[in-house]
Structures are given as C-alpha cells and as structure tokens.
Write a protein that binds this ligand. Structure first.
Ligand code: GLC
Length: 437
C-alpha cells in the first residue's frame, strides 16, 4: 500500500469515529445501532485514544456511569429516543435512569482501561481509581449473580450477552425457551440489513421470550439464576472476563488499591480453574456449556481461540489449538471465521455463523502475541488489514470472498484499524503487547 492510501484510510477511520460521536459516547453505526453499546464503547476507546486520549476516557466513563446498583453494566444505554430500534427501553422495562437494557455484554473494559492508563499522565490516576472501583463492582456482580455456585464459570442469560449473538451454540439451549406467550412485535433490524444476514424469526421469538422473562421478574438476579430458561457458560464471555480480572488486578495493584487487587486475583484464579470444564475432547476445542442441561456445544467457534486472550500462562492445549487455527485458515481466503468453516452450519455471511469480525481478530491476535505465537498473530493482522483496505470499514466480512456485511462505517472496525491493523502501527503486533505481566 502506498503512503498516501495508508494515510487516507487512517483519516477515514478517524472520520468514522467522529461521525458516530455523540459527544460523550460513540454509536456503533448510524441507523442499525443508534445508542451506546457496552463492549463496542470499550473497544472503540482503543481507537479513539490514538488521537484523543481525553475523549477515550470519557467514552468508558459514560459507559460506567450507567452501572446499576447491583454492579451490572448494561449492554445498551438508551441515551436518547430512537423509534428505529427494537427492542427499545419499553420492551426491556428496567425502570433505570438512564434507560438501559436488562442484560450485560463481555467485560473487555478493564483490558482497555489498562491500555489507556499506560498512555496517561499521572493526573489521570484519580479517574482511573474511580473506574477501577466500578469495574470491581461489575466483576463482583458477575461472580455473585452469574456464578452463584462458585464453579468458576459465569453464565449468560441471553445470547445477546455473549456479543456473538447468533452463534449456532445458542440453537439448542434456545430450543427449550417457551415462545407461546411472545405475541406480535415489529422487528427493525431487517429494515437496515438484508434478512439473509440476520437471525431467523423463530430465533427472534426466543430472544423476545427471554426479554419478557427478565422484565416479568424485574431483572431480579436470584430469580434469573434459578429459573431463567437460558443459562449458558459462553466460552468467549468467560475468556474475556478472565483476562479482565488479571488486568484489573494489575491496575489496582499499581494504583494502591490492594483489596481490589486481591479480590480480582482470587476471582481470576477461580475462573482459571473453571475454564477447563469448557474443553471438549469430542471436538478438540473450548466450547460453550449449557449449565441448565449440562451439555457442551458440539461446535468450535472463534471463541475457542479466545482462550489465548484469557491468559499469558502456558495453555494446556496450545498445540491442538494452533493446528486447528491453521487448518481453518487453509479452508478460507481470510481468517478468522466466527464459526467452524468445516461444519455444515457454517454460513459465510449470516452474522456470527461464519463472518469475520475485526474485534475478535484483534483479541485472538493479542492473545497469540502474548503467548509468544508471533507469526500466527501477524497473519491475522495482515488478513484484517487487507479486508479493511480492499472492502471498507464494515461490521463484518465474508471469510470466502471478503465481501463486507452488516453496517458500514462501523465504529469498532475503524477503531481496530487505528489501534492495530493500520500499517501506521507497523511496529506493533498488538496494542497491549507491553501489558504482559
Ligand atoms: C450486534 C453484535 C454485538 C454488538 C452490537 C453493536 O448486536 O452482535 O456484539 O455489540 O451489534 O455493534
């Protein structure tokens, strides 16, 4: 790529983040996702800090300002009205100010704040301490509300909490959800994106039944832990939380919050022990586990490779996972597909059933890098760079043709470009490479 086009793409990425900027938070993309989303904001801050550190802090502080009293940080914050999105805050019925959804999303925020902190002068330390305390309350909530039996695995109560909303992993656990009382409703997503890329009606009915269950029980954690019809340990969520606990412990220790450092380390150790229950000998990878029915998902997803993101300690199954990654890469033109390209359910353009996400690629590459697999990390970065350069800043990409799908001018794709995939970051295989402890 010549210098000029490289600069143009950096410039374009910054413009996308500015166009999607609502002063205190960034929308994922206009139209399709018009509010603040939890892990989008955290990941977007990684890109914003490349040109405006102060604005990057604000992004995450706005997110944490919507934290519930019980510690949960919600997955959507409805800062303003927009009739173009469904389900809106009335459907969630959370009676929270500001209005929010009733579920959470993967807590990647601690990892990103650690990255910001490394670049921030000392006068940010007080703000960092406030953020660390909020993160500690959030992570504690995960442990209390979502792992009440202390197995070292946290459950999700809705596919949307995983952030990988439409994975085949959820098909069987969702099939137990009673949809007889769902009633009629008007979807909005298919007005923005072609229906063949979006979930099917039967899945949407189940999603809505779960929203209605939570609303009926006033989003009460105990009731949900006992009776929510969907209670699944997602491999991605558990890997990201493990990493977040290590990063939280590290920051708390550095900034003199020793009690938080101790409790985050204790939680991280418990999660590390629990994680092995996600290993499946049958498919040879880490998979999701339906905790209600005690059944492992029979599929490998990109979530398997997030095990590298979880820790920089030696992985028990490293060789096998690297072989699998190589074998996947040989099947497709670009890596890393969100779902096993060898499986009959692989669907190269339907969301989370095949397509590539730049954010997942970053997390996998970051993990590989920290674990010493530099070549594999660089390969994933090269693929991401090529996809964005050739196709644009799409929400996701087809692993076979590279075609972009979902929303365009997507904030987190722009952020991953600026922080990692752009040739301007040539020296860096990963933005958090110096975080290895
Ligand atoms: C989709 C994705 C989710 C993301 C949201 C906003 O719902 O599955 O991970 O947070 O879009 O980008």
């Amino acid at each position: 790529m010549n210098i000029q086009s490289k600069l143009d793409l950096d410039q374009r990425a910054r413009s996308i983040l500015k166009e999607n900027d609502h002063a205190t938070y960034t929308v994922p993309t206009k139209g399709l996702y018009p509010f603040q989303w939890n892990w989008d904001s955290a990941l977007v801050a990684l890109g914003i800090c490349e040109f405006d550190l102060e604005r990057a802090w604000l992004e995450i502080e706005t997110l944490l300002s919507a934290q519930w009293d019980n510690g949960m940080v919600p997955h959507i914050i409805f800062w303003q009205n927009d009739a173009g999105y469904f389900p809106g805050h009335n459907e969630w019925g959370t009676s929270h100010t500001p209005p929010t959804s009733g579920i959470t999303q993967p807590p990647v925020a601690a990892t990103i704040i650690r990255h910001l902190l490394k670049r921030s002068p000392v006068d940010y330390h007080e703000r960092a301490r406030r953020a660390i305390k909020a993160l500690d309350r959030w992570h504690n909530w995960f442990s209390r509300a979502r792992d009440p039996e202390k197995r070292g695995l946290v459950a999700i109560i809705h596919p949307w909490e995983s952030g990988r909303d439409n994975l085949p992993d959820w098909d069987e656990p969702l099939s137990y959800v009673d949809i007889s009382g769902v009633g009629t409703y008007q979807r909005r997503d298919t007005q923005h994106v072609e229906a063949d890329q979006r979930p099917k009606k039967i899945d949407y009915d189940r999603y809505m039944a779960l929203v209605q269950f939570g609303r009926k029980h006033h989003w009460n954690d105990n009731e949900i832990a006992k009776n929510n019809p969907f209670w699944v340990a997602d491999v991605g969520m558990n890997a990201i939380l493990r990493r977040a606990e290590y990063d939280l412990a590290h920051m708390a220790h550095e900034l003199g919050l020793s009690e938080i450092a101790t409790s985050a380390t204790r939680r991280a150790n418990r999660l590390e022990q629990g994680f092995e229950a996600l290993w499946s000998n049958k498919v040879g990878g880490y998979v999701s586990l339906d905790l209600r029915h005690n059944k492992q998902a029979p599929f490998i997803t990109a979530g398997t490779f997030l095990a590298f993101f979880a820790t920089d300690q030696t992985q028990p199954h490293t060789g096998q996972m690297l072989d699998m990654l190589k074998q996947w890469r040989n099947k497709v033109a670009y890596g890393v597909p969100s779902f096993d390209p060898n499986h009959p359910l692989f669907d190269s353009i339907r969301y989370w059933r095949g397509p590539i996400w730049a954010i997942i690629n970053w997390m996998i590459a970051d993990g590989l890098y920290r674990n010493g697999h530099l070549k594999e990390a660089q390969d994933i970065r090269q693929d991401t760079q090529k996809l964005i350069t050739d196709k644009g800043f799409y929400e996701y990409f087809c692993p076979l043709s590279g075609r972009g799908g979902g929303g365009n001018a997507f904030s987190w794709t722009a952020a991953m470009w600026l922080a990692w995939a752009s040739p301007s970051q040539q020296e860096q295989a990963s933005p958090s490479q110096h975080n290895k402890t």
